[in-house]
Design a protein around this ligand. Structure first.
Ligand code: PLP
Length: 419
């Protein structure tokens, strides 16, 4: 890793690309790939690929079972990875971190385990119009099964949560507030500490969907004052198939298991079972063992850069992209304009051109973006759009990518003008 500071708060993303084998290949256009789809899933640095290979090659056995050296080694490494995740999000103990497959599973775990135990007809769950389906559909299911009501905090025209609407709805004393830290469809950074404070004053617990924040900025569960946090490894340079749920320990201890079977038990007889201590109570079956090592390596890589630097870098790229795109006729960018309220996710529409066509033309130019509803159909409905095109930045992006993005927009407009 070579981090050169082009500005005090901005490093050379281009130099980091050498750490990611996927950038070794040229796009079929003959140009380097401008990868602007990290919000969907991020490429992996060599250290993560090597950690996976090392775990599978030299330290692999099932965990929490074997009374032999290799299994004890695998178990120690798995638990060390849990401690790394715990430290990274500011948890007070690794026991507060449950390994799951992804953020979706983490949220489902809360909905099934906490929700079905604690909610009943007449209770209120509060979410927002800004959510990814992962932080929406589980609450719909929970509401349908328990008879609880489900309401959504409105979003403003410029893509921020309407805090007056939140305040009003909190007056009805919801039991749970489920909110995303960063919107994957708009790029909005929500004021989570303030939301959590307001929610707690109203007697609600707070579930934070941090799938788009933990990879990109410092996140500390204690400072934010939340109760549950969901993250996905694959969006933070780690392997797919591993994510984490963080929850306050007393909540985890009071919750019944989500999945049942092997590994999560203390004692089983034919007439009944007692559960293992947390977090193992929530980890039924063989977990993603090598992937945990890969996730720890990804966190190590990000920590070496420094999460404040990652955030500053993306903030800088957002600012440049925002002003470049706003200067192009016929381009509309969604979400808040203030860089402090906007992550490195730029969602936009080009007049008269469907986002799928935009992404197809971009691909011819070696620019990879996402087009569609971004698993946030209510957000699209809120702005009366079928879809948007989304460019998202990460550590390996640089001003060159912003230039490639604007160049691709001009080329797309030209092509459709000529057609
Ligand atoms: N929440 C947000 C805000 C997301 O952007 C995503 C994925 O795009 C998810 C949750 C779900 O993540 P996963 O598919 O890894 O479970």
């Amino acid at each position: 890793m070579a981090i050169e500071q082009a500005r005090p708060d901005v490093f050379d993303g281009m130099a980091l690309r050498a750490d990611f084998p996927v950038f070794d290949r040229l796009h079929r256009s003959g140009r380097p790939l401008a990868f602007l789809d990290s919000a969907a899933s991020a490429p992996k640095p060599r250290v993560v690929i090597e950690a996976l290979a090392d775990a599978y090659g030299h330290h692999y056995a099932n965990v929490h079972r074997g009374i032999y050296e290799l299994s004890e080694d695998a178990t120690a490494r798995f638990e060390a990875a849990r401690a790394v995740v715990a430290r990274f999000v500011g948890a007070s103990s690794p026991r507060e971190v449950v390994f799951v497959r992804n953020a979706t599973e983490a949220i489902n775990l809360v909905a099934y385990s906490w929700g079905r135990t604690n909610l009943t007809a007449g209770d209120l769950i509060l979410s927002t119009e800004m959510e990814h389906h992962a932080n929406l559909v589980p609450w719909q299911q929970l509401a349908a099964e328990t008879g609880a009501a489900l309401e959504f905090v409105a979003i403003t025209d410029d893509g921020r949560l309407d805090l007056d609407d939140l305040r009003r709805r909190l007056g009805r004393r919801p039991k749970l507030v489920a909110v995303s830290h960063v919107s994957n469809a708009l790029g909005t950074i929500n004021p989570v500490a303030e939301i959590a404070r307001m929610a707690h004053e109203a007697g609600a617990l707070v579930v934070l969907d941090a799938a788009q924040s933990v990879p990109h900025m410092p996140v500390d569960v204690v400072e934010l004052g939340i109760d549950f946090l969901a993250l996905s490894g694959h969006k933070m340079l780690g392997p797919s198939g591993i994510g984490a749920l963080w929850a306050r320990r007393e909540l985890l201890e009071a919750m019944p298991p989500f999945l049942t079977g092997g590994s999560m038990i203390s004692k089983v007889t034919l007439t009944g079972t007692t559960w293992a201590e947390v977090p193992l109570k929530f980890e039924a079956g063989t977990p993603a063992i090598a992937e945990a090592a890969g996730l720890a390596a990804a966190i190590g890589y990000l920590e070496e850069i420094g999460m404040a630097n990652v955030r500053a870098h993306e903030r800088f790229l957002f600012e440049r992209a925002w002003s470049a795109l706003r200067a192009i006729d016929g381009v509309r960018v969604l979400g808040p304009s203030a860089p402090d309220e906007h992550a490195g996710v730029v969602s936009f529409v080009i007049d008269g051109i469907h986002p799928h066509d935009v992404a197809t033309v971009f691909d011819h130019h070696g620019v990879a973006v996402r087009a569609g509803h971004h698993c946030a159909q209510p957000v699209m409905a809120r702005y009366d759009l079928p879809a948007t095109t989304r460019a998202s930045f990460y550590v390996y992006n640089d001003l060159d990518d912003v230039a490639r993005l604007t160049e691709a927009i001009h080329a797309t407009q030209q092509l459709f003008r000529a057609a």
